[in-house]
Write a protein that binds this ligand. Structure first.
Ligand code: NAP
Ligand code: ZN
Length: 356
């Protein structure tokens, strides 16, 4: 047990101090456990490509990178202490933390459970500040987190928690738009990019009953795609193969790097929708004709709110869905980053923080 005194909770993590710096041990203090707070001993934290974009300052100037940075927003751990007014959690529970840890709680987004779109700006799990706009937030590449129970998720599992951790970002980021845009029986859904998000998108869309195609640049992933639940696989760099990829109702674009939106929009059927969740570092040119012909929709989506994240966790539990993961020690964070950027991950790196 660690000291949870009035002056805060002392903890340890792994931080980077600049876009080109290496990760190293970092000691810091989380806030004391308040009446509505829960203290979590972190067991596993996934490595999302958003961690890489932010650690390497690739989203500046839109999203500034704040250093020292302890990334990580796919967090699963055990509750070790609860404040006096906490009702949803008790010591020993398994719980999850996703991409944000607080929000204004008053605006139309917050009061309708889509806190990720908080009008005043939610407090991100890391590379951000608490709602006081001063106290830095540090993420899940660390041993403990202190969080208001309102922003903490119930995890109804005690096994394979390393596979559950990525649901907290990759799971909800794919579940939310797939549900909103009607993925299900009779719908042709394409998942563009078979990485951390993409492989969750395949599993979830297949569980929703859709006909699922993977649009990939990595022909070596075809067999995996089918095992994950895809019915079809298209190597989009192979003209012959790509030419037959048409008529999709939904394309979920999880691609992390530059690519031609117009090419993918051309694969939509009449009134189809392409939802962009991947965030390349540079703007991408869009030809108006790509949307006008076929009455198409280009949409975006950001993770999901707390109620829908809980719904997704329950959906995944019911359908036996977890992420396919490669568990690493914190000493291998850089290697994992480099391999993720090269699309060489099957399909999510997860850091073992329990034994770190
Ligand atoms: P990831 O594991 O690296 O997967 C990205 C995949 O994109 C790769 O595996 C690769 O799949 C494909 N890809 C990479 N470079 C490509 C290129 N030049 N052209 C075409 N395809 C390419 O990343 P992730 O963690 O899934 O995250 C994906 C993106 O979503 C990141 O930009 C991340 O920041 C963003 N994100 C957004 C949200 C949100 O709320 N909107 C939430 C989380 C993450 P193939 O090998 O199959 O081609
Ligand atoms: Zn993420």
């Amino acid at each position: 047990m660690i000291a949870a005194e009035a002056q805060g909770v002392a903890t340890k993590g792994f931080a980077t101090h600049g876009p080109e710096a290496k990760f190293g041990p970092f000691e810091f203090t989380r806030r004391s456990v308040g009446p509505k707070d829960v203290l979590i001993d972190i067991e596993y934290c996934g490595i999302c490509h958003s961690d890489i974009h932010q650690a390497r300052a690739e989203w500046e100037p839109v999203i500034p990178s704040i250093y020292p940075m302890v990334p990580g927003h796919e967090i699963v751990g055990r509750v070790t202490q609860v404040g006096g007014e906490v009702t949803k959690f008790k010591e020993g529970d398994v719980a999850g933390i996703g991409c944000f840890v607080d929000s204004c709680r008053e605006c139309p987004a917050c009061t309708t459970g889509v806190e990720q779109y908080c009008i005043k700006g939610s407090a991100q799990t890391y590379n951000s500040t608490e709602m006081d706009r001063q106290t830095p937030t540090y993420g899940g590449y660390s041993k403990h987190y202190v969080i208001d129970e309102k922003y903490l998720l119930n995890v109804n599992a005690t096994e394979n928690l390393e596979g559950v951790a990525p649901l907290l970002c990759a799971g909800i980021t794919t579940y939310s738009p797939l549900k909103k845009w009607g993925a299900g029986p009779g719908k042709k859904v394409a998942i563009a990019g078979l990485g951390g998000l993409g492989h969750m998108g395949v599993k979830i869309a297949a569980a929703m009953g859709a006909d699922v195609t993977v649009l990939s640049t990595s022909p070596s992933k075809e067999q995996d795609a089918r095992k994950l639940g895809a019915h079809n696989f298209v190597n989009i760099r192979d003209e012959g193969s790509a030419k037959n990829a048409v008529g999709f109702d939904i394309i979920l674009d999880t691609i992390s790097a530059q690519h031609d939106y117009n090419q993918y929009l051309g694969m939509l059927g009449l009134e189809g929708v392409m939802i962009v969740v991947g965030v390349p570092t540079e703007p991408i040119p869009l030809n108006a004709f790509s949307l006008i012909g076929g009455n198409k929709v280009l949409a975006g989506s950001l993770i999901g709110g707390i109620p829908e994240t809980q719904e997704m966790l329950d959906f995944c539990a019911e359908h036996n869905i977890v992420a396919d993961v490669e568990v690493i020690t914190p000493a291998r964070i850089e290697e994992a980053y480099d391999r993720t950027v090269k699309s060489d991950v099957r399909y999510r790196f997860v850091i073992d923080m329990k034994n770190a």
